[in-house]
Design a protein around this ligand. Structure first.
Ligand code: CP
Length: 317
């Protein structure tokens, strides 16, 4: 695997390999010394054209924990503001010889375009409404860690599915692992023909009690043109997940950032049915695994593979 652009590029074996590898890195994160030398001498660039807290910080920390050199570039404050194009920006950064470029961009397909311009591995950290594969992988890891198996789970994805790259990645990823996926929300926020992806569609939460996991989506106003709901209050009245709607055995997930009091009641965010903090924690181990699979997992031509991929820095050889 050279690039990570979309869940649909991955086989079930690829998914499982990344999740298994992430388990090793979660163990590393529990050690006193949390750093391993795997990517020593390699450079990872993170290039964000949209705001981010979780994805940008966890990719940066993941690369540092693997001992890579890291350059973090945000479009705001860079020469992008002087009119430099995406291609010129990427070619400029490529002069430093990065092994990987992690990019978030508002346009669908931006990460894919990079693969034509650079030798580095490209990781899609979110491209418009298209894909957010590392989010889907960390969500699988979170569920696998909490529940054991995803096979046969009923997962409802609720909210602004129309503008959500997370929904597109997660519908595919959950189904690949054997889950039955339903998307639910107001008709204006459910894409036409989404059932062609294999999921079911509901326009109310009346049947939500069948769900084992309720995966909530934020209203993505930054990608909305026009009004899709009568008001936030009306949306919350019909679709907010709160104590009245969530059963005692049902788990809640959310990619973040959450809007407390809109798609989710504050007491649910902080309840023991919420996996939201677990998702953030999983992000580090899974993004370490992604960088490992792209940059270190491939056998070195003419050389031997690493005998122990996860020795602690400073540990005896
Ligand atoms: N889930 C997610 O992508 O969060 P950030 O926008 O904070 O990276």
């Amino acid at each position: 695997m050279k690039n990570l652009l979309s869940i649909s590029d991955l086989t079930l074996d690829d998914l499982t390999a990344i999740l298994d590898r992430a388990e090793s890195f979660a163990e590393v994160s529990r050690r006193e010394i949390k750093k391993v030398p795997t990517l020593r001498g390699k450079t990872v660039v993170t290039l964000f054209y949209e705001s981010s807290t979780r994805t940008s910080s966890s990719f940066e920390l993941a690369a540092k924990r693997l001992s890579a050199d890291v350059m973090s570039v945000k479009a705001g404050g860079s020469s992008v503001e002087k009119g430099e194009s995406l291609r010129d920006t990427v070619e400029t950064l490529s002069a430093y010889g990065p092994a990987a470029i992690v990019i978030r961009h508002p346009n669908a397909g931006a990460a894919g375009m990079l693969t034509q311009w650079v030798d580095a591995s490209v990781v899609n950290a979110g491209d418009g409404m298209h894909q957010h594969p590392s989010q889907a992988l960390l969500d699988l890891f979170t569920l696998r860690t909490r529940i054991g198996s995803i096979d046969g789970l009923k997962i409802w994805i609720v909210g602004d599915v129309l503008h959500s790259r997370v929904a597109r990645s997660n519908i595919e990823a959950f189904q690949m692992m054997g889950a039955e996926v339903t998307v639910a929300g107001p008709p204006t926020l459910i894409p036409r023909e989404i059932e062609k992806l294999g999921c079911k569609v509901e326009f109310s939460l009346e049947r939500m009690e069948e769900a084992d996991v309720v995966y909530l989506l934020r209203m993505q106003s930054e990608r909305m043109e026009g009004n899709f709901i009568p008001s936030v209050r009306e949306y919350a009245r019909l679709f907010q997940i709160n104590e009245q709607r969530l059963g005692p055995r049902q788990l809640v997930m959310h990619p973040g950032p959450v809007n407390r009091g809109v798609e989710i009641a504050s007491e649910i965010v902080d309840s023991d049915r919420s996996l939201i903090s677990d998702q953030v924690e999983s992000g580090l181990a899974v993004r370490m695994a992604i960088l490992y699979e792209l940059l270190a997992g491939r056998p070195v031509e003419g050389g031997e593979g690493p005998s122990d991929p996860l020795p602690t820095i400073g540990a005896p050889a």
